[in-house]
Design a binder for this molecule. Structure first.
Ligand code: C2E
Ligand code: CA
Length: 264
């Protein structure tokens, strides 16, 4: 009986491992196509001023199609791209494409930066050379990408900020050190995580955490953007508590630039 149960568990684990290997293989193939030939999609999710409800910019989000047009999860894609090294050529292509597409538009373009990009010597310089002067650019950096902020990563960030690129600390509300980072990380904006925003209206603990982050930002004089706003109640609560801008399905889902309600 025990042996039979162990065999069943064993084969379930083997099947799961096989499925994971297949997903990784599929993603690696898609990454190679994307990095070599630029075959990837680029969606943008607008950010809105919570008082006027007008768009003030947009965040570029990569979309990688798998075989047969299957949609691959961007978080898995980025994790595997980091591990395999494809993130470097892919990140470059993504920057070039988004700069090209955003040129001529008002508002701020936001780009997510991965850990290995931030820690690569010369990353800041390359980006500054590629950036068209007229584009207002913000880089989004998560705790995992940033910490510990030292050496090359710190030098890259300082160089970028000296040249007018602003830095947003992404996904605040996640990670072990998020409150310390929200209080100390050298940046120009905090972005409250989608998971935390989803707790607004669902009890005092989540709301107290959001208030703490807004309080820290207020003390530092930093603006805050809330991610993943899905309801009018969340938008009103956030605005009433000092959050100035937000993104989320309430306003707009990520989509190709041409399909978005943004001023050209
Ligand atoms: P993120 O930076 O936290 O991006 C926000 C994610 O929340 C996006 O998922 C977006 O589609 C999703 N989202 C926005 N509003 C809502 C909402 O109201 N409800 C729900 N349920 N979801 C919402 P996505 O596009 O799947 O991206 C996942 C993550 O992958 C991103 O998280 C980012 O960390 C990473 N990523 C995406 N594109 C890039 C990229 O070009 N470079 C790097 N380094 N990372 C990227
Ligand atoms: Ca982001």
């Amino acid at each position: 009986m025990v042996a039979a149960a162990a065999a069943t568990v064993g084969s379930a684990v083997a099947a799961r491992d096989l499925a994971l290997q297949w997903v990784e293989h599929t993603i690696l193939q898609a990454l190679e196509r994307a990095a070599r030939d630029g075959r990837f999609g680029l969606h943008y999710q607008p950010t809105y001023d919570l008082a006027t409800r007008l768009p003030v910019g947009a965040e570029a989000l990569m979309r990688l199609p798998g075989a047969g047009g299957v949609r691959l999860d961007p978080e898995d894609v980025i994790a595997i791209a980091e591990r395999s090294g494809w993130i470097q050529p892919l990140g470059r292509r993504l920057l070039e494409r988004s700069f090209r597409e955003w040129t001529g538009r008002g508002g701020t373009l936001s780009i997510n930066v991965s850990r290995s990009e931030l820690h690569r010597p010369g990353y800041a310089l390359e980006l500054l050379i590629a950036r068209p002067a007229a584009i207002s650019l913000e880089l989004e950096i998560t705790e995992t990408s940033a910490a510990p902020l030292a050496g090359v990563a710190r030098a890259n960030l300082e160089q970028l900020r000296r040249h007018g690129v602003t830095i947003a600390l992404d996904d605040v509300g996640e990670g072990h050190n998020h409150l310390r980072l929200a209080a100390e990380f050298p940046c120009d904006r905090l972005k409250i995580s989608r998971r935390l925003v989803s707790r607004i209206g669902r009890g005092r603990t989540g709301e107290a955490l959001v208030r703490t982050i807004l309080g820290l930002a207020g003390a530092r004089g930093l603006p805050v953007t809330a991610e993943g706003i899905e309801s009018e109640g969340q938008a009103l609560w956030l605005r009433a508590h000092g959050c100035t801008t937000g993104q989320g399905y309430l306003f707009a889902r990520p989509a190709p630039l041409a399909q978005l309600p943004l001023a050209a």
